[in-house]
Design a protein around this ligand. Structure first.
Ligand SMILES: NC(=O)C1=CN([C@@H]2O[C@H](COP(=O)(O)OP(=O)(O)OC[C@H]3O[C@@H](n4cnc5c(N)ncnc54)[C@H](OP(=O)(O)O)[C@@H]3O)[C@@H](O)[C@H]2O)C=CC1
Ligand SMILES: O=C(O)C(=O)CO
Length: 324
């Protein structure tokens, strides 16, 4: 008999078929308690769980006594209680690498659109404000050859450094928990402590995971360290930044502008003060959202679950130590 799994995210037809050749699949819309209650038997017998974005905590795990592997369609896994998974020896698979280049492209889009005010001036054209030659009130600031500070020199940080170094001639500073020789050798990136990076960068790009250590890593004190001309980009996770402090920094002119793909609360509430600030470009968490990359992520997650339930954890496994 095929193992049964819960699928809580829509998949392309061919990937759903692939999944169904290996498993008996119960499709649900989400992991809310009422959904779990409605499909209690399926959750109780499921050995696998596949989807993205929703919280997977000990309360949910209690309803899934047979669970052996979870597979998220994302590289970030801050929505999983990893300690609870480890305690039950449940594997957690994720999708690093397949989205790296696409997310780095999105970050460059945020850098360029914030600096050159692309969204703001395009809107002004649409409402008929371009009635004569443009003056300084339409100007932006240069990106090329400015100093880029990257907080988190992992896979995405490295792909961003490549673009900035070769494409835009930008000197690169970076901070991470350890030195990255590849970044230093290929892109002449300079390791520095967080304070030095914040003080010296023209663009501060955050590409960190959300963990207990990174929660609110960037707050009032850190914005005060940045140049008044600095542009702050967050493509990691919203809660790494104290959003109230960011709003104050933008309003008070402590920093020049921000480009944001992630927020403390998502979707971003429509009454967020961020949306009324002209110096903010706010995207709806589209870092990896291209047709190609989202397909590749879904395929990776499907194959990860097949591998995990067959005891293969050589790649893409967050907690291979729990494999028996
Ligand atoms: N906006 C979006 O749509 C997307 C957002 N993301 C986010 O980007 C994150 C990074 O992805 P990826 O590059 O693949 O991950 P990696 O694991 O390759 O890189 C993470 C980097 O963060 C650094 N880091 C982790 N904790 C700390 C800390 N406490 N202090 C300083 N540095 C730290 C790591 O340091 P070290 O190298 O020293 O270990 C590493 O350089 C994801 O976890 C996710 O949250 C990812 C994809 C899409
Ligand atoms: O993969 C992730 O972690 C995302 O945020 C979406 O691609």
């Amino acid at each position: 008999m095929k193992p049964s799994i819960i699928l809580y995210k829509a998949l392309p037809d061919d990937l759903l078929q692939r999944l169904e050749t290996h498993f008996t699949v119960t499709r649900v819309a989400n992991l809310k308690p009422e959904t779990v209650a409605q499909h209690a038997d399926a959750f109780a017998s499921a050995q696998g769980l596949l989807g993205s974005s929703e919280k997977v905590d000990s309360e949910l795990l209690e309803k899934m006594p047979q669970l052996r592997a979870t597979s998220t369609i994302s590289v970030g896994y801050d929505n999983f209680d990893v300690d609870a998974l480890n305690a039950r020896k449940i594997l957690l698979m994720h999708t690093p690498t397949v989205l790296t280049e696409t997310v780095a492209d999105t970050i460059m889009a945020l850098v360029l659109s914030s600096a050159r005010r692309v969204v703001e001036v395009a809107e002004r054209v649409k409402v008929g404000e371009w009635t004569s030659g443009i003056g300084p009130d339409w100007f932006g600031i240069d990106v090329h050859h400015k100093t880029l500070g990257i907080i988190g020199m992992g896979r995405i940080g490295l792909a961003l450094a490549q673009r900035a170094h070769f494409g835009f001639g930008m000197p690169i500073l970076y901070n991470a928990r350890r030195h990255h020789t590849e970044a230093e050798e290929r892109f002449q990136a300079r390791y520095c402590d967080l304070e030095t990076l914040l003080k010296e960068s023209d663009f501060v790009c955050l590409v960190l995971p959300l963990t207990d250590e990174t929660h609110h890593l960037i707050g009032k004190a850190q914005f005060e360290m940045m140049k008044k001309s600095a542009i702050f980009i967050n493509a990691g996770r919203g809660p790494v930044v104290d959003e109230a402090a960011l709003i104050d920094a933008l309003k008070n002119g402590e920093i020049h502008a921000a480009g944001l793909d992630v927020f403390e609360q998502e979707p971003l509430p429509v009454d967020s003060p961020l949306l009324s600030l002209p110096n903010v470009v706010a995207l709806p968490h589209i870092g990896s959202a291209t047709h190609e990359t989202r397909y590749n992520m879904a395929e990776c997650a499907v194959d990860n679950l097949i591998d995990a339930l067959n005891g293969k954890v050589e790649k893409n496994c967050v907690n291979p130590q729990v494999a028996s």
